[in-house]
Design a protein around this ligand. Structure first.
Ligand code: NAD
Ligand code: TYD
Length: 336
């Protein structure tokens, strides 16, 4: 099988490529990525010379570039996106260009090329926010209520993918996953930022009261879930992916402090994120019952593995916390 993996130089995409080459060694992977600030070919250093892996630099919003890369491809897995909520608040435009227009162009070219499956990787953030005190969880039939420009752009992309199935019978699947963490995550998201800040001797910025709840999934469990959807998922279907490890941000940070043996005075409460979603939670019953998916990692063990990875790979993330990142950090946190 020949797969076009878009956004394969990013966090989840590169983990997925490592996962796929290990578990499906006879398949061919084309990594198609335009290498934004979040795209990093060092993530794929160990496979770059594999016979069944190639990299093509290109933009999913550029039909010509996609057409060139998609020749003889059976399956498209679309990870390519602008992915950080805070950046979408500072500047929504690139989110619309890549996540909405890019997805539409990718869909058109993939349809024209006759691919057998178009898998779209999305987020639970499209469903909006849950009350702290309710027991409600997001499911495949939850209403779309995106609150950030990022979530709104992903919601629009999900609708387009679904519409291409309904209108043209295009063979799609969609997954809406909870927050991921693990190796190769750009040091801007809560867990990767907290670990790297602490390793640099800096404080961890916690938004608002710190009592926001997320459902954290280890990235390798996400990759295995996408594999199952590609193998056994129903064409046209959506699957929610997540675990029962809903946890408050402040608790996540305290766990990281404990693993790194650092003191709570490294926590710094900062101004809240506008439109901040209070709680996310996923009901993964459909993918569990229909496809037999089960996460393999529990949160605490996976967090230790992740902290260890960042400890051992300082040169990987130190390069990313460069001048350009410093500018973003200053604008976002009003700190250096
Ligand atoms: P990321 O920001 O780490 O990586 C995104 C990758 O896409 C980068 O390599 C970037 O260079 C590439 N890219 C961006 N614009 C592109 C374009 N126009 N053309 C080609 N490539 C482009 O993101 P991630 O965290 O790995 O997320 C991957 C996907 O998973 C996204 O679609 C995101 O919405 C979704 N998702 C992420 C999470 C999470 O917690 N990180 C959770 C659920 C779903
Ligand atoms: P993040 O990792 O950005 O993922 P998302 O916004 O997609 O859920 O944020 C996770 C949670 O952590 C969210 O409630 C915002 C909060 N947060 C902080 O408190 N401080 C930070 O510096 C960041 C980046 C996030």
């Amino acid at each position: 099988m020949r797969l076009l993996v878009t956004g394969g130089a990013g966090f989840i995409g590169s983990n997925f490529i490592h996962y796929w080459l290990k578990n499906h060694p006879s398949d061919q992977i084309i990594n198609f990525d335009n290498l934004t600030y979040a795209g990093n070919l060092e993530n794929l250093e160990s496979v770059k010379n594999s016979q069944n892996y190639t990299f093509t630099k290109g933009d999913i919003a550029n039909a010509k570039e996609v057409r060139y890369a998609i020749k003889n491809v059976d399956v498209v897995v679309n990870f390519a996106a602008e992915s950080h909520v805070d950046r979408s608040i500072l500047d929504p435009a690139p989110f619309i260009l890549t996540n909405v227009v890019g997805t539409q162009i990718l869909l058109d070219v993939a349809k024209e090329a006759g691919v057998r499956r178009f898998h779209h990787v999305s987020t639970d953030e499209v469903y909006g926010s849950l009350d702290l005190n309710s027991k409600e969880k997001f499911r495949e039939d939850s209403p779309y209520r995106p609150n950030s420009p990022y979530a709104a752009s992903k919601a629009a992309s999900d609708h387009l993918v679904r519409a291409y199935h309904a209108t043209y019978g295009f063979p799609i699947t969609v997954t809406n996953c909870s927050n991921n963490f693990g190796p190769y995550q750009f040091p801007e998201k809560l867990i990767s930022l907290a670990i790297t800040n602490l390793l640099e001797g800096k404080k961890v910025p916690v938004y608002g009261d710190g009592l926001y709840v997320r459902d954290w999934l280890y990235v390798k469990d996400h990759c295995a879930a996408i594999d199952l959807v590609l193998q056994k998922g129903k064409v046209g279907a959506t699957y929610c992916i997540g675990v029962d490890s809903a946890i408050e941000n402040i608790e996540v940070v305290k766990k990281i402090l404990k693993i790194l043996d650092q003191s709570p005075d490294k926590i710094e409460y900062v101004k809240d994120r506008p439109g901040h979603d209070r709680r996310y939670a996923i009901d993964a019953a459909k993918i569990t019952k229909e496809l037999g998916w089960q996460p393999k990692y529990n949160f605490d063990d996976a967090l230790k593995l992740t902290v260890d990875w960042y400890r051992k790979n300082k040169s990987w993330w130190q390069k990313l916390k460069n001048k350009q990142f410093g500018k973003y950090y200053q604008e976002q946190y009003h700190r250096r």
